[in-house]
Design a protein around this ligand. Structure first.
Ligand SMILES: CC(C)(COP(=O)(O)OP(=O)(O)OC[C@H]1O[C@@H](n2cnc3c(N)ncnc32)[C@H](O)[C@@H]1OP(=O)(O)O)[C@@H](O)C(=O)NCCC(=O)NCCS
Length: 178
């Protein structure tokens, strides 16, 4: 199953996505708001894990392809965080695109589709997003797709004095929830 937006395709992962995904995961600029870059092995493990979730659930962190070029540009999609958070249980929306594709509104375009799939097709009631307080580009995406800024919290997987520890939570409810 794949989903189309005006300029993008959200789809299952292909073998050929692994190399460009490893490259973006190894790029310190792309990973600036994460504790570290990822090795090829770690990157491939993530692909295996997200592919398995999409196969099982029908939703997950989809590979995103640019229609005009056919290129893999990163991922956007839905995920259950693999650790306990102050507001668990939740389904989160997330995104990571390679740098040449930033600034074109691609993340919001794909994210709006992912929200629609979560709410309309899978009956989700609420979807959250969170990021390091410093990650303003990601917060812009959350705002552009209509999410509401909520509370700050300390990320439980980051040590007490880690510079990225402080995070901000955004939420959005099913449009018909009331
Ligand atoms: C966050 C991210 C997905 C945004 O995707 P995008 O498709 O560029 O989103 P947009 O085009 O709507 O731009 C969003 C904001 O990013 C910033 N931005 C755009 N181009 C940029 C660039 N070349 N360099 C730095 N920031 C840029 C701007 O603040 C922009 O807001 P604006 O449209 O009000 O000016 C992308 O920057 C990314 O993948 N970053 C690295 C991974 C990451 O941090 N993921 C989120 C973890 S929670």
């Amino acid at each position: 199953m794949e989903y189309h937006t005006e300029r993008l395709i959200l789809r299952r992962w292909k073998q050929s996505d692994r190399e460009p995904f490893a490259a973006l995961n190894a790029n310190p600029e792309v990973m600036r708001y994460f504790p570290s870059t990822r090795t090829r092995e770690e990157s491939d493990k993530m692909v295996n894990a997200v592919e398995q979730i999409i196969a099982e659930k029908g939703w997950g962190l989809w590979a995103v392809e640019e229609k005009s070029s056919g290129e893999f540009i990163g991922f956007v999609g839905l995920n259950i965080p693999g650790y306990e958070l102050p507001f668990s249980p939740v389904i989160e929306i997330g995104w990571r695109l390679d740098k040449p594709f930033w600034g074109k509104g691609y993340a919001p375009e794909a994210a709006i589709k992912a929200l629609e799939i979560g709410f309309e097709q899978f009956g989700m009631k609420e979807i959250v997003a969170f990021t390091a307080l410093e990650n303003l580009p990601s917060q812009r995406v959350m705002e552009k797709i209509g999410m509401t800024r909520c509370e700050e919290f300390d990320h439980p997987m980051l040590a007490e004095h880690h510079p990225l520890r402080r995070h901000i939570l955004y939420r959005i409810s099913h449009p018909k929830a009331g």
